[in-house]
Design a protein. Structure first.
Length: 396
């Protein structure tokens, strides 16, 4: 495995010289190649026309599917390019035909944008939501999940890396349980794809959704959905158009057979091309090398934060990722975010409504979230912690 060339990564990330960006779990700073690809497409579109440019770039657009498939060890026909991770997840989830009594098994740290659809579908159909308890590490208990299975379980839906902490849920172990039981398994990999190696075959998920803007360092308004080839025919998208289906006669239509049945015809081609460049850029570095670098930096940040009086780390899990969360006694998380912003340091804060079950169970209402990436460096970790110490002193 080749180590990350940090100097090169920072040269190819112009923003890294202007701000200290520890909000990569929100939206990463893109490399120059991604921005250049989008701009070049838009400039061509402006002088040549939208349809014509799309036709001219057809091979490059098609490559996005090949690259996304390579990223998660899928086949291109199992990939749909969607405008964001939430919509990708929605297209999979709402394609499942729930009926009264069907059970949805999910996690304590499930994200609001997933849990709200569970509630909506439960209200509409009579399906039931059951939450799998955590194990002693604060991650999904695989043993408890296995014990909860019965013939009424229709779906296991888990967030791989929750938004509010360093936790990495045991996705492959959950997948093994799902396969044994013959239950559909939907994995929200919004925060994990691009940060760590993801192999859908090894994980055993039937569906996986992710975004471009976070650890993939791609454009906002991009994402993709993986659906296992054998599962595609069993899922009918909640919405269809002339891209997802063909109008075969006055009173009939046929839905396309690959994962692109979950797409719609109109798309942001410039962003789509940018997403492909971002995926290729990540693949060029190597996901093993990226994961090693991110893990190292995050561990360093946690260690340094633990030395600061008043700081309490709030990350869970036996395996921790590049998302580092903490609270500071006597300081509101939003105020800390704003104080960092005044110093051109980017973080965000997470609050109860985002992951209500987990936050309420832990007695937390908010946390500061700092998320590192491979283009961040050790000096920035020190700058960040020094700035936090100054903020704490200056507000006492």
């Amino acid at each position: 495995m080749t180590a990350i060339d940090i100097a090169r990564a920072r040269r190819e990330t112009p923003g890294s010289g202007l701000v200290l960006h520890f909000n990569n779990a929100g939206s990463s700073l893109p490399p120059t190649s991604v921005v250049d690809a989008q701009i070049a497409y838009l400039q061509r579109e402006a002088v040549f026309g939208g349809y014509e440019t799309a036709a001219e770039y057809a091979d490059q657009v098609e490559r996005v599917y090949t690259s996304a498939a390579a990223l998660v060890n899928a086949d291109p026909d199992e990939i749909a390019i969607i405008e964001n991770a939430t919509r990708a997840w929605d297209m999979a989830f709402y394609s499942i035909a729930f009926k009264p009594g069907d059970r949805i098994l999910t996690a304590m740290a499930e994200y609001a944008s997933n849990y709200i659809p569970y509630l909506q579908v439960a209200k509409r159909t009579g399906a039931v939501i059951d939450v799998v308890p955590n194990d002693e590490h604060g991650q999904v208990s695989v043993a408890a999940l296995r014990d909860m299975l019965d013939e009424r379980v229709k779906l296991i839906a888990i967030t791989h890396v929750p938004t509010n902490g360093g936790l990495v849920n045991p996705a492959a172990e959950i997948g093994a349980v799902a396969r044994e039981a013959g239950v559909l398994y939907l994995l929200d990999a919004c925060q994990s794809v691009g940060q760590m190696p993801i192999d859908v075959r090894a994980i055993g998920c039937d569906m996986l959704s992710t975004t471009g803007r976070k650890y993939l360092r791609g454009p906002r308004g991009t994402g993709f959905l993986y659906v296992r080839r054998d599962v595609v025919p069993t899922l009918e998208p909640i919405m269809l158009d002339l891209h997802a289906a063909q109008w075969t006669a006055r009173d009939s239509y046929t839905i396309r057979e690959d994962a692109r049945r979950f797409e719609n015809w109109e798309t942001n081609y410039a962003a789509k091309v940018g997403l492909g460049v971002a995926i290729d850029y990540a693949l060029n570095w190597g996901l093993d090398a990226i994961w090693e670098r991110v893990s190292l930096l995050a561990a360093r940040l946690r260690s340094r934060l633990a030395e600061i009086p008043g700081v309490t780390l709030t990350d869970l899990g036996s395996t921790k990722c590049g998302i580092v969360t903490f609270t500071v006694a006597g300081h509101a998380a939003g105020d800390l975010r704003d104080a960092f912003a005044e110093r051109r340091i980017h973080v965000t804060h997470t609050r109860t409504p985002s992951t209500r079950l987990d936050m309420e169970a832990r007695g937390l209402t908010e946390m500061v979230r700092a998320s590192v990436h491979y283009y961040n460096d050790e000096e920035e970790v020190e700058q960040f912690c020094t700035a936090l110490e100054h903020i704490i002193r200056s507000t006492h």
